[in-house]
Design a binder for this molecule. Structure first.
Ligand code: NCD
Length: 357
């Protein structure tokens, strides 16, 4: 793999992505063959935000490859609670571990970590921004359960604004040919503008709709998501959004016989429990695919990873990112790095927010 860090799957070519999917499938066929390939290697999991599947599947993946694990799942038990900066924590852990998976509540945190880590960094979710290894999980699931990654009508339903898994999945699926997106949400929770820009740039068709029952008959895939309570300003705002979209047996009667239901989990109330027994429900097996996907990713990243920290010279700007959830907003020592978008616009390299000069 050419890229050292995996902050966004966009840094992988389609060929590299397909190699990871194929490797995940190879491991799945004969896990015993791979039980020693990471012997002597250490994975650090730095989870500043709660997690069940991502954290445990990363740990299990490394253990099943014969490696070892260190890390924390509650920053209050680490020096973060004493006020240590992300830069200092990462510099130290990058010296201990061979590879790091980090989850953080602020957008761009994994990108920031990659600037200071000698070890390769994997983004295990950064605020409401991205979640590339969930997307790997999703594409391995789709490849196995649909047999293709092309020419699908993909419905995404729920919190499309704050759902980082949605953003990463759209980015990746828009590179495959003929995919079309049906975005099912309330007007308050539609996808951010930069995701629309990506769909437009790739020529992918998309529609924004308000009814799951009306959208469901045409879907090849339905990607359900929960309303992200922790990303709302207050509970009242969340209350207005929760329970709007619920997939139940009645709606499943309107769906195609070969439609597949995915969900990154955790589920709150958006999929009725009895849908679990429908053959089209793939969200539980999806978690198993995720472990193999992460095994393949760890193997590929460790194949030729160097231990050189990133260069410390950056083209910095005077502008400060205006997104209050951006890591550069909180960790003020971070270099202010942007992509010029033309005109007066700059795209923050941490969180992808647009900023006016
Ligand atoms: C997702 C996440 O953390 O973004 N969960 C996961 O990693 N499987 C989805 C969510 O929390 O809703």
């Amino acid at each position: 793999m050419k890229t050292k860090h995996v902050i966004d799957l966009e840094s992988l070519s389609i060929e590299e992505l397909m190699e990871i999917i194929e490797l995940a499938n190879e491991i799945m066929k004969d896990p015993g063959e791979y039980s020693d390939v990471c012997r002597g290697k250490i994975l650090a999991t730095l989870f500043y935000e709660p997690s069940t599947r991502t954290q445990m599947s990363f740990k299990t993946a490394m253990l099943r490859l014969g490696g070892s694990i260190i890390g924390f799942d509650n920053p209050q038990n680490s020096s973060v609670s004493k006020g240590e900066s992300l830069k200092d924590t990462i510099t130290v852990v990058g010296g201990y571990a061979d590879i790091i998976a980090i989850r953080h509540s602020l957008e761009g945190a994994a990108k920031a970590a990659s600037l200071y880590s000698a070890a390769p960094v994997i983004n295990a979710g950064d605020g409401g921004h991205l979640h590339p290894t969930q997307t790997l999980t999703d594409v391995v699931t789709l490849y196995n359960e649909k047999g293709t990654l092309d020419n699908m009508t993909i419905g995404l339903c729920g919190d499309l604004k704050n759902g980082r898994t949605v953003h990463s999945l759209i980015k990746t699926m828009s590179h495959f040919k003929g995919n079309r997106f049906v975005l099912i949400s309330t007007p308050e929770l539609t996808v951010p503008q930069y995701i629309k820009d990506i769909m437009n740039a790739s020529g992918c068709r998309y529609t924004e709709v308000r009814s799951l029952a009306e959208a469901i008959p045409e879907l090849d895939v339905l990607y359900m998501t929960r309303i992200q309570r922790e990303r709302f300003k207050n509970y009242e705002e969340y209350e207005k959004q929760k329970g709007v979209f619920v997939l139940d047996r009645e709606k499943m009667r309107l769906a195609r016989h070969d439609m597949k239901i995915l969900h990154p989990l955790p589920r709150v109330d958006e999929i009725a429990e009895d849908v679990d027994y429908d053959d089209r429900a793939k969200y539980l097996i999806q978690t198993v695919y995720g472990m193999y996907a992460r095994m393949a990713l760890i193997m590929k990243m460790l194949e030729n990873a160097d231990r050189k920290p990133m260069p410390r010279q950056f083209d910095t700007h005077n502008v400060r990112c205006s997104n209050p959830n951006c890591i550069s907003y909180t960790e003020e020592y971070l270099p202010r790095i942007f992509h010029p978008l033309g005109g007066d616009m700059l795209l923050c390299k941490y969180c992808e927010a647009r900023n006016l000069i």
